[in-house]
Design a protein around this ligand. Structure first.
Ligand SMILES: *Cc1c(COP(=O)(O)O)cnc(C)c1O
Length: 380
């Protein structure tokens, strides 16, 4: 049986919730969406939450909300899924890549500060693998230079930093989540933005629904009639359906147990692999309680391809996260050819994500460990 690196978990309660949602009067975005938003905001400890059709849409909405436009620079990490950087480009901004820390693999606050210019408008730290970034320092830098902070928390549902849940926006303006099935909880496709700012909340709500409004106090033309709505910007349809929100609501109830299970797997990997001298295990910084979206090991330079191939041959779906975002052809061809983040590039050459998900059995984990140990010994 094939063991993937990530896998969703759906139980009968989820299925029942979806079936019930399909039988309701509203199946597109309606009351179910608001219920999911309310539950999610409460869970993370933020005032507001807005559900969107994907994590990418959530990040796009965040960049729109802080009014990124042509000429603006936004600092982010290259060690991420490409959407983090794309969201800046959607708004015609320029992505500026700060290098990562060699131990946590998260964006290095010192390099953020070095890369700030008079055009810098925001910073998007990514909680890579679910380990929170140094948010206190990042927030301090942002305040000093008047920048917005948008957290990409696609890996970090249920993660904690200094005792607060990621998403509480204690050290940021906005936080974006993804509910893709590879993530910690799922709505098939979907995303969420949380914030404590009413203004940003309203901007994102309009943006995800064509930038249209019926709100009497927002209408410019009050005389048209009671049917009147207005489109006041270039908006998209980025809503999440009530059916998917019902799944999200049901998944959210299990989030704590999902994360606890992942933490146990991570602990077990730590114990079972710690004696191997030629791999580097994930490092946990003080104040951080990771949600363990990924368990990323670092193997010796030059051996990654062989270990990857042989693990795959043994039906273990290891994967590589990530090619530095600016290395993708689209970025190379559009002005990012001279970008170089040496720490991120060196990491990319050596990383391997090994299976971690809710439901991975101890037997399966032992098989992953045995296979890996054998391959690594063979390389000595
Ligand atoms: C998955 C992911 C996204 C994009 O989310 P989608 O729901 O797939 O659009 C953005 N950033 C990071 C770090 C991700 O892992």
């Amino acid at each position: 049986m094939f063991i993937p690196y990530a896998k969703h978990y759906i139980d009968q309660d989820d299925i029942d919730a979806v079936v019930k949602a399909l039988q309701a009067d509203h199946i597109a975005a309606g009351p179910g969406m608001e219920e999911f938003e309310k539950d999610f905001a409460e869970y993370v400890g933020a005032k507001y939450a807005v559900a969107l059709s994907s994590g990418t849409a959530a990040l796009h909405a965040c960049c729109y909300a802080v009014q990124i436009q042509g000429g603006d620079e936004v600092i982010t990490t290259p060690m991420t899924f490409v959407s983090t950087a794309s969201s800046i480009l959607f708004c015609k901004g320029t992505a500026v890549f700060a290098d990562i820390d060699g131990k946590t693999y998260n964006i290095d606050p010192a390099d953020i500060e070095r890369k700030i210019s008079s055009n810098t408008k925001a910073v998007i730290p990514v909680h890579y693998t679910g380990q929170p970034c140094e948010m206190e320092r990042i927030f301090e830098i942002a305040k000093k230079y008047g920048l917005y902070v948008i957290e990409d928390a696609a890996h970090a549902h249920g993660a904690e930093y200094n005792g607060s849940r990621i998403g509480s926006c204690r050290y940021s303006d906005l936080t974006a989540f993804s509910f893709h099935p590879s993530k910690i909880m799922t709505t098939c496709e979907g995303g969420m933005v949380t914030t404590n700012s009413e203004e940003l909340y309203q901007r994102i709500r309009m943006f995800r629904a064509y930038c249209s409004t019926r709100e009497p106090k927002l209408l410019t033309d009050k005389e048209e009639g009671p049917w009147h709505y207005e489109v006041q910007g270039l908006g998209y349809n980025y809503r999440l359906s009530d059916v998917m929100c019902a799944l999200g609501k049901s998944q959210l109830k299990k989030l704590d147990s999902f994360v606890a299970y992942r933490r146990k797997i991570a602990q077990r990997y730590d114990q079972q692999l710690q004696d191997l001298k030629n791999i580097i295990l994930p490092y946990q910084a003080a104040g951080c309680n990771s949600s363990w979206h990924l368990y990323v090991i670092r193997v010796e330079h030059g051996h990654r391809r062989e270990i990857y191939t042989k693990m795959r041959e043994k039906n273990i779906g290891v994967d590589v996260h990530y090619l530095p975002a600016y290395k993708h052809p689209y970025f190379q061809e559009n002005g990012y050819r001279n970008v170089c983040c040496p720490v991120a590039e060196a990491l990319y050459d050596e990383v391997l994500s090994i299976p971690i998900y809710y439901g991975l059995t101890e037997g399966q984990q032992d098989y992953v460990v045995e296979t890996l140990r054998e391959l690594i010994k063979g390389n000595r």
